[in-house]
Every structure is written in C-alpha cells, then in structure tokens.
Design a binder for this molecule. Structure first.
Ligand code: ADP
Length: 163
C-alpha cells in the first residue's frame, strides 16, 4: 500500500493546501495530512483547531487521514508506513528551503522520497498568512479557504480583534 505524508502548519488550511491534498490523494492509497506540533511560527489556531479545520474541510474523502505530529518528520513517516513526503511549491522563493529540507530528510532516511507538486496557478499567491491578514483587515476570504470553515476563521479573527 502506497502511503504519502503531507506535512504543514495549516494555520489555517487554505484552498491551495486542499488542491495539493486532492491531487496527492489520487496518486496514493492513503494520504496522511500531518499537522506540525513544534513550530517556530506563532500559530493563530491551536493544534486541535488546525486538525479540526482540516477534518471539516476534508469530510467525505475516504483515503485521507488528518493527524498531528511532533519530532522528526521522517520518524513520523516511517512509523506510519509512509514512503513519500508531499510538498507543494508555489514560487521560486519556496525552492531553497524545500530543497534543504528534502536533502536533509533524504540524509536522515534514504528510503523516504520527497515529491514536489507545483501549486495550482489559481492558488500560487495563497498562503495561510495572507488569509489571516485579509481576514484581520476585514477583507473577503471567499474562494481562499474551504467554504465549510470560512465562518470559523472569521469568528476566530473577530475574537482576536476584540481583545
Ligand atoms: P503556509 O506556507 O501557507 O504557512 P504550510 O506551512 O502549512 O503553509 O505549508 C504546508 C505545505 O503546503 C508546504 O509544502 C507548502 O509549500 C504548501 N503550500 C502552502 N500554500 C500552498 C498553495 N497555495 N499551493 C500549493 N502548496 C501550498
């Protein structure tokens, strides 16, 4: 069985992530979307919320599982029986960091392959930070995130803005 892992912070999940998830899910038997516990970025959503938003967005997708993980990605992948790490590439600016991570992960476990998928042209400008910035400034996030979680994001932002 071909198991792929798609790691990220997903703070929150965007339509760019969903696009990669759906395209990756058709080329494997099982796709594990893995939400990072340890991260240098200050997350807006808690780990549980980020997992929940992903699950809500991916309802009805039979071969997709959402989990959280801490520690080394290659260890997580190995424990889950995954042989491929999926990454999405937007612009050239993503390349340098992703190349470093892919080479490092290869050094840590040569049996695990990193597979890059080019971002959909429609979403190549999209990031979780952009979504948060727009929502914080009162802009419309329609089309940027799954419809199912739009109100969750707006509520969270409004809650923060009121503090
Ligand atoms: P972000 O950069 O939006 O904070 P994450 O850290 O959650 O995203 O990224 C997880 C993975 O998704 C990375 O491989 C990243 O390159 C990819 N990704 C992020 N946004 C997009 C997008 N709009 N299209 C394709 N891939 C994306």
């Amino acid at each position: 069985m071909k198991v792929f892992v798609y790691p990220g912070s997903f703070d929150p999940v965007t339509n760019g992530h969903i696009d990669i998830i759906q395209r990756a899910a058709v080329i494997c038997d099982k796709l594990i979307v893995a939400v990072l516990v340890n991260q240098s970025k200050n997350a807006l959503f808690s780990l549980e919320e980020r997992v929940e938003l992903l699950r809500k967005s991916l309802q009805g997708c039979a071969n997709i599982e959402v989990c959280s993980f801490s520690g080394l990605l290659v260890n997580f992948a190995r424990d889950k029986g995954a042989s491929v790490i999926i990454k999405g590439l937007r612009a050239v600016s993503d390349y340098e960091y992703e190349l470093q991570m892919a080479l490092l992960n290869k050094k840590l476990d040569e049996k695990i392959e990193t597979l890059f998928m080019m971002a959909n042209l429609h979403y190549s400008y999209l990031s979780s930070s952009i979504v948060k910035d727009i929502a914080l400034l009162g802009g419309d996030i329609d089309g940027l995130v799954p419809n199912a979680i739009k109100s969750d994001i707006i509520e969270k932002i409004n809650g923060i803005a009121q503090k």
